[in-house]
Design a binder for this molecule. Sequence first.
Ligand code: COA
Length: 169
Amino acid sequence: MTAFRPMAFHLETERLTLRPWEEADAEVLLELHRERDTGTPSIERAREAIANQQAAARDHGFTLLPVRRRAEGDLIGYCGLIVGRSTAEEPEIAYELFRRAHGRGYATEAARAVLAAAAETGRGRLWSTVAAWNAPSFRVLEKLGFERDHVTATAADGGDLVWLTRTLP
Ligand SMILES: CC(C)(COP(=O)(O)OP(=O)(O)OC[C@H]1O[C@@H](n2cnc3c(N)ncnc32)[C@H](O)[C@@H]1OP(=O)(O)O)[C@@H](O)C(=O)NCCC(=O)NCCS
């Protein structure tokens, strides 16, 4: 393991709160998984995903965090850092929100806070891998200052996967 500092696991923005997963979040995470077209969602898989993120927090000092709206108190998705297709030294930023929460700047707001928290760990840069069709995700990353680096043909749908990177201050 490297000498990076652990990421802050409690983040506040103007409209959002990010804090560690609790086992009770599994029901809502299952609903989020059900919104996707792929896979076979189940409560066991949702619990497993939470346990995996808790393990990542321990093992790597970073994780995905559930995102809650401060005013409404509801869980609208998650945002954070994962090894993903990259490395623990230069992890990927990742996010997913319920459809009802799209289009209001929440992903950008959450990801901006995660970017700042990532910089605080002492890391030099982040990555993101995005399927070529995913215009909203590209726009979020563009707003955060990510730049396209290269393309591989390994997206889950068999299409192009775009690798973007962002140097941290
Ligand atoms: C990607 C995702 C998290 C974005 O969440 P969001 O809260 O709607 O994002 P924001 O509102 O912060 O920003 C979205 C931007 O994309 C733009 N956008 C939305 N649909 C678009 C489209 N079809 N073409 C171009 N731009 C689009 C919005 O206008 C906005 O940009 P703006 O602020 O300049 O107007 C959400 O779409 C999602 O959960 N998708 C499913 C999971 C996913 O794809 N995760 C990323 C995997 S790499």
